[in-house]
Design a protein around this ligand. Structure first.
Ligand code: 13P
Ligand code: SF4
Length: 326
């Protein structure tokens, strides 16, 4: 989704966000500087839904979930892509744009799922299950994507699983997403127990049941990186953008959004008449991306994301197959 570039509208969005007035006053000069740098360098800034409101509303050209941003990265004509998200997202942008400069403001912005598995682990699984197609969630390294038949995100995981031949699938690395998919398909899902999102694994079905007791008209929306006891208690489970679309279509006042904290902070701006009721957990990796680091990234061309060609080429095939699925 396109984000506003108008500074008055940005100020209005920040005023409607959880930011305090003095924080907004501090952020605005930096936001203006980043807009100038962005124009000068012909850069595009892609912002994931988990960015803090200053980064999300303040400097993004496009905002969205990992699938939407991967599609935008594949289509952009900009010379430079600055990815405000985590490393695997910027790496995916580089995989589809070998000739562009792809930057991330902090190379330490990782992901517990991506860190749970290596290319060698995937090769071993393929050896144990010969001929079984491998579907991997994009939350993994380029090395793992290179060992994969098709990538997926939480927005299209079921569609991708159904698209591959045979009645079994090796689904990596998110154990909980795998369990959620297993409930929706007849295929046998071979998963990777070590893969968990450090944010979403903290929620439980008990959290949902306790919150439901407090509100008559509560709608519960969760991310499928949560275990099935959470998604099973939810009214809807989907990717970050699918969650936002669900809210846009529903009329519920009280919303329990079971995902990373900045998601509700950003949606409060879009839906000021709704009441986001729950406590939340933050992703320390996503929170590494700050306005200061975004400014420095454009000022000093840092930090460049690179993928060796022998990994990029097979990784691209698995990303392209996902993008072709629709
Ligand atoms: P989405 O693909 O839903 O944006 O999720 C990415 C992610 O990292 C969730 O934790
Ligand atoms: Fe990874 Fe979870 Fe953070 Fe998303 S929220 S980037 S899955 S650790």
């Amino acid at each position: 989704m396109k984000a506003t570039q108008d500074l008055t509208e940005i100020r209005r969005a920040l005023d409607a966000s959880t930011m305090l007035p003095h924080e907004i006053d501090q952020a605005l000069p930096l936001i203006e500087e980043i807009h100038e740098l962005k124009k000068r360098k012909k850069a595009v800034i892609l912002g994931h839904n988990y960015m803090t409101p200053d980064v999300y509303h303040g400097v993004s050209d496009f905002i969205g979930d990992s699938l939407g941003l991967a599609r935008l990265a594949a289509e952009t004509k900009a010379d430079v892509i600055l990815f405000n998200g985590v490393h695997f997202m910027a790496e995916t942008a580089k995989i589809v744009n070998p000739d562009k400069l792809v930057l991330i403001a902090d190379l330490e912005a990782g992901c517990s799922l991506a860190e749970s598995i290596t290319g060698a682990d995937v090769r071993e699984l393929k050896r144990q299950h010969p001929g079984v197609p491998v579907v991997t969630y994009v939350n993994c390294s380029a090395e793992v994507k290179a060992e994969t038949d098709v990538c997926c995100t939480s927005a299209n995981a079921l569609e991708v699983v159904e698209s591959v031949p045979g009645d079994a699938v090796i689904f990596l690395p998110d154990e909980y997403l795998a369990r959620n998919i297993a409930l929706q398909t007849k295929k046998k899902i071979i998963s990777w127990e070590q893969g968990k999102c450090m944010v979403h694994e903290q929620y439980s079905g008990e959290d949902v049941r306790n919150t439901r007791k407090q509100f008559d008209d509560l709608v519960v929306i969760s991310h499928p990186e949560c275990d099935t006891d959470v998604t099973g208690e939810s009214d809807f489970a989907g990717s970050t953008s699918q969650m936002a679309n669900y809210i846009a279509k529903s009329e519920h006042k009280n919303i329990m959004l079971i995902t990373e904290c900045s998601m509700a902070d950003n949606l409060r701006v879009q839906f000021p008449d709704r009441n986001f009721v729950s406590t939340c957990h933050t992703c320390p990796h996503m929170k590494k991306i700050t306005l200061e680091k975004v400014r420095d990234a454009l000022l000093y061309d840092q930090f460049e994301v690179t993928v060796p060609e022998h990994i990029r080429v097979p990784a691209r095939a698995s990303v392209d197959r996902m993008l072709e699925i629709g």
